[in-house]
Design a protein around this ligand. Structure first.
Ligand code: PMP
Length: 435
């Protein structure tokens, strides 16, 4: 009966959305409710959400829901009138940045934020060339698809984008380590700059996620990013940090992941957790860049920065502070990472464990020496964990890295449930033998 209903909904979905709209799991989940770190399906089964970062302060956080409904019942309108909320919000938001990044523009999605950042970088530098990693995803507009080297066909044909190899300490370039490895990756960025120049194109900038999240939450060789940005700036380009996944305190010690490095971006883009599920995103940049760009190119976004969106944004910032979520990312994050490392000692399949606050990457390999990616096993594990009531997913070039990125109120008790389900799934996959 239940299976028939799920099949019926799936068929209707295919009919109106086509067969290629992404859907998680072999048995897709039909979710009907969320609260904190928990989700419920249409049959009343409960799932621990260890994957979603959009419900940053927790699914349906009462403070956010209350702020949204109160403002929606008072006024919601675009930004061409004066309103306190947008000014209050942007003052709060920009106060989390280092000096020099004190002006903002609001959008509705991370893709739009990156599109705007690219336009601004190209306008302000006069260059066209953009440098990204060779496994990048930054959104879905036309210009942003050109920098989507991971999945987008546009990235294969454009002349305006060049890629450097993902800066990965686990699978290092030429088997190098330490400073020489950082230098080798930075040299690849220089090669991209030189290639643009050889083709008669100037450089607009480098755009990366400071966590290198979609690339697999990499352990970046220390010093690489600073060296790479110096080279880009010497060539006249700017540094765009895409904080769409990484930002809003997820990394624990710092509010923004780029603050772990010794280099301040010229432009920062953000989205996903910003509105806890409400479509709120934006760009924070050097005031001189925003002023120069907006003077020439009228930018207006009908739904970006409405009183409702900004009320939500303020409530999210309040919840991060009041619920002590950055400190929780440090302490619970360390607890989860310890547990994952214990599992690594027990299960050969775990090749590497990486963490940054409340974000974890567990790279699965068939052979620890050869580091053969265990892609099929990864998919099997996330499906087994789903059946055990714990939601995670996969990332990376080979889709063999477990992506564990729970809502920020995740507690040690939740971590125990996650670790137990992962332990059992790994044991089961090992007993099934090689795939
Ligand atoms: N940047 C990064 C790093 C992302 O992961 C994503 C979405 N996965 C985006 C940008 C695009 O954001 P949106 O889906 O809100 O357009």
């Amino acid at each position: 009966m239940a299976d028939n209903r799920a099949q019926d909904l799936l068929s209707r979905r295919y009919r109106v959305m086509g067969h290629h709209t992404p859907l998680f799991y072999e048995k897709p989940l039909h979710l009907v409710r969320g609260e904190g770190v928990w989700l419920w399906d249409n049959e009343g089964n409960r799932y621990l959400d260890a994957y979603n970062n959009v419900p940053h302060v927790g699914h349906c956080h009462p403070r956010v829901v209350e702020a949204l409904s109160r403002q929606a019942g008072t006024l919601n309108i675009h930004t061409r009138y004066l309103h306190n909320n947008i000014v209050d919000y942007l003052e709060r938001l920009t106060s989390t940045f280092d000096e020099g990044l004190q002006m903002a523009m609001l959008t509705c999605t991370g893709s739009e934020a990156n599109e705007l950042a690219l336009r601004m970088a190209r306008f302000c530098t006069g260059g066209q060339g953009v440098i990204v990693t060779d496994f990048a995803y930054h959104g879905n507009t036309e210009a942003v698809s050109e920098i989507g080297t991971a999945f987008m066909p546009e990235a294969k044909t454009t002349r305006r984008v060049k890629a450097f190899p993902i800066p990965d300490s686990y699978r290092p370039l030429d088997g190098l380590g330490g400073e020489p490895l950082a230098q080798a990756y930075a040299d690849r960025v220089q090669q991209a700059i030189d290639a643009f120049h050889a083709e008669g194109m100037n450089v607009a900038g480098i755009l990366v996620c400071p966590d290198f999240a979609n690339e697999g939450l990499l352990n970046v060789p220390p010093g690489f990013l600073e060296k790479a940005v110096t080279k880009v700036r010497q060539a006249g380009g700017v540094f765009i940090a895409d904080e769409v996944q990484a930002g809003f305190g997820r990394s624990g010690r710092h509010f923004w992941a780029h603050q772990w490095y010794d280099v301040t971006p010229d432009i920062v883009t953000m989205g996903k957790p910003m509105g806890n599920g409400h479509p709120l995103a934006g760009v924070v940049a050097r005031p001189d860049m925003i002023e120069a760009f907006s003077r020439e190119s009228m930018y207006f976004n009908t739904f970006g920065g409405t009183p409702v969106s900004c009320a939500v944004g303020i409530a999210v910032l309040d919840a991060i502070e009041e619920d002590n979520l950055m400190q929780n990312a440090v302490t619970t994050g360390a607890y989860v990472a310890d547990g994952l490392r214990r599992l690594q000692q027990k299960h050969e399949l775990i090749g590497d464990v990486r963490e940054l606050g409340m974000f974890f990457g567990v790279e699965l390999v068939r052979d620890r020496k050869a580091k053969t990616p265990a892609s099929t096993e990864s998919r099997r594990i996330i499906n087994l964990m789903r059946d055990k009531g714990v939601l995670v997913s996969t990332i990376g070039v080979h889709d063999a890295i477990l992506k564990v990125r729970p809502p920020m109120p995740f507690q040690p008790g939740h971590a125990d449930i996650l670790l137990k389900a992962l332990d059992e799934a790994l044991t089961q996959v090992a007993s099934e033998g090689s795939v």
